[in-house]
Design a binder for this molecule. Structure first.
Ligand code: G1P
Length: 271
């Protein structure tokens, strides 16, 4: 079964400047709760108990958030505030499940994933991109359930505006299996409107086979000079690996851009 998840967190967050000039975007509060906690809750509720954070030296504040025991103990001793005690317990609960690996050069999602290679034990694992929040329904849980049926790699999918395809990985659908799932014939990272094989975009939830590491090892830099997970997946598809696109239920919220980030807080506050 799928028990491990990896979460790339080494990105610079330039789309959220100036908020990210001294702070990690994943710790920014969305309706009073750091974005990363939404992602952690989704993983844990989906049955994941081993979570690998890929951070960088510049983003050690994320580690500090989970390792601030001395500070909490001192405050709790002085104040005995039940709210703080509960928050600290929650942090300890998360901390037990998290390992940290480093990606000090921001060379892309594919490069981040390679860094976790020696920690991945099972044949398949979950990858979550923290800029993509999905609320109202646990997308990871639904995908793990679908995986139990199909036993192959999977990626979350959503239709996007045709004018914005160059912001996403875009699928070419092979065959519609049912209302929620389709097999993937091809996937292209950030195509132009003309190149795009559809307007079905990749959203940041993936179930990947360990074999991806072999492909990532030889993966050359792609769009924007980064090593993209999409490019390695594409090669796997061409080598007859089965990939399924999962049209997730639930609401997608983009937390990686300033307008999306602001909107996410508003939307979540109304849930
Ligand atoms: C990444 C992926 C892209 C995917 C997107 C979803 O892009 O490379 O294929 O559509 O996440 O959010 P990024 O957001 O890192 O530019």
């Amino acid at each position: 079964m799928i028990k491990q998840a990896i979460i790339p967190l080494a990105g610079l967050g330039t789309r959220l400047l100036p908020l990210t000039s001294v702070f990690a975007k994943e710790l920014l509060p969305i309706n009073g709760k750091p974005g990363i906690e939404y992602i952690l809750d989704e993983c844990i509720e989906a049955g994941i108990n081993d979570i690998i954070f890929i951070i960088s030296k510049k983003k050690e504040i994320i580690k500090k958030y989970f390792y601030n025991d001395k500070f909490y103990k001192k405050i709790i001793k002085k104040k005995k505030d039940p709210r703080i005690i509960n928050e600290y317990k929650k942090i300890l609960f998360y901390k037990k499940k998290i390992k940290f690996v480093y990606q000090n050069m921001p060379l892309g999602t594919g490069d981040a994933v390679i860094k976790t290679k020696k920690h991945i034990k099972d044949k398949f694992f979950l990858l979550l991109l923290p800029d993509d929040l999905i609320v109202k329904r646990n997308c990871s849980k639904d995908m793990i359930n679908a995986y139990k049926r199909y036993r192959c790699s999977m990626m979350a999918s959503m239709k996007v505006n045709k004018n914005n395809v160059d912001r996403w990985g875009i699928f070419k659908i092979e065959k519609i299996l049912n209302k929620k799932n389709f097999t993937i014939k091809d996937v292209v990272e950030k195509p132009t409107k003309v190149e795009a094989p559809s307007n079905n975009a990749v959203i940041g939830r993936y179930i990947l086979s360990k074999d991806i590491f072999k492909y990532l090892k030889n993966q050359k830099k792609g769009k924007g000079g980064e090593i993209h997970i999409t490019d390695a997946i594409r090669k796997m598809i061409f080598n007859n690996y089965r990939f399924i696109g999962h049209k997730f239920s639930g609401q997608y919220l983009d937390c990686g851009s300033m307008s999306g980030y602001i909107n996410s807080g508003i939307k979540i506050s109304k849930l």
